[in-house]
Design a protein around this ligand. Structure first.
Ligand code: IMP
Length: 195
């Protein structure tokens, strides 16, 4: 039996991505109602994911899943972190600001982080996971795939930026891919327990 899992986003692209990652989980994923907006007031990725999952579950009376992600640069003490999406108006502005703030710093290690939370219909957090992908910030963009900070995020083990990878390659090593993969057995277990 499938069960509805409301994704705490109004972005159809994010829904499609989650559907692809969780295709083997047995759950039927759907978008949250457009008018239901949850502000990301948390100070950590985990806090924001839990907040969004919990609010959407309570408001819809269904199980809900939410993620929160961003880029944390070591030499900037973890910035932009939870402010990754609010670091500028456009992807180009966000990248330009990050490169400006890093300047000619030689230590360019960084990590993408993704926290995922699943809440039961009463809003209680039932499952959580986190995925991390380490890499380096280049001094200029390379590649034109992906989105966000992808063109400046270089993964040494692949010798490619996220923007130079195929979606499959990125999925296999990305923060989001790792966080969602870790959740599949737990989602399967909840489904068998619930039905
Ligand atoms: P949110 O998780 O939808 O709140 O978005 C977090 C922000 O972090 C995005 O708007 C991007 O700027 C950045 N981000 C998160 N994941 C990625 C990624 O895989 N590639 C590039 N940028 C990302």
């Amino acid at each position: 039996m499938t069960k509805l899992l409301v994704v705490a986003t109004s972005n159809p692209g994010k829904l499609r991505e989650m559907q692809a990652y969780l295709a083997d989980s047995g759950w039927e994923l759907t978008l949250k109602p457009e008018e239901l907006d949850v502000e990301e007031t948390g100070e950590t990725f985990v806090a924001n994911a839990c907040l969004k999952a919990s609010e959407v579950a309570k408001a819809t009376g269904n199980w809900a899943i939410a993620d929160d992600s961003g880029l944390a640069v070591d030499a900037l003490n973890g910035a932009p972190g939870v402010y990754s999406a609010r670091y500028g108006q456009t992807d180009a502005e966000r990248i330009a600001r990050l490169l400006r703030e890093l300047g000619d710093e030689v230590s360019r290690q960084a990590q993408f982080v993704c926290a995922v939370a699943v809440a039961s219909p009463d809003g209680a957090i039932a499952l959580q996971s986190e995925g991390v992908c380490r890499g380096e910030i280049l001094t200029a963009t390379r590649g034109d795939g992906g989105f966000g900070y992808d063109p400046i995020f270089y993964v040494p083990e692949k010798q490619l930026t996220f923007a130079q990878m195929t979606p499959e390659e990125k999925k296999s090593i990305s923060h989001r891919g790792k966080a969602l993969k870790a959740l599949i057995p737990q989602l399967v277990a909840v489904l068998s327990f619930e039905s």
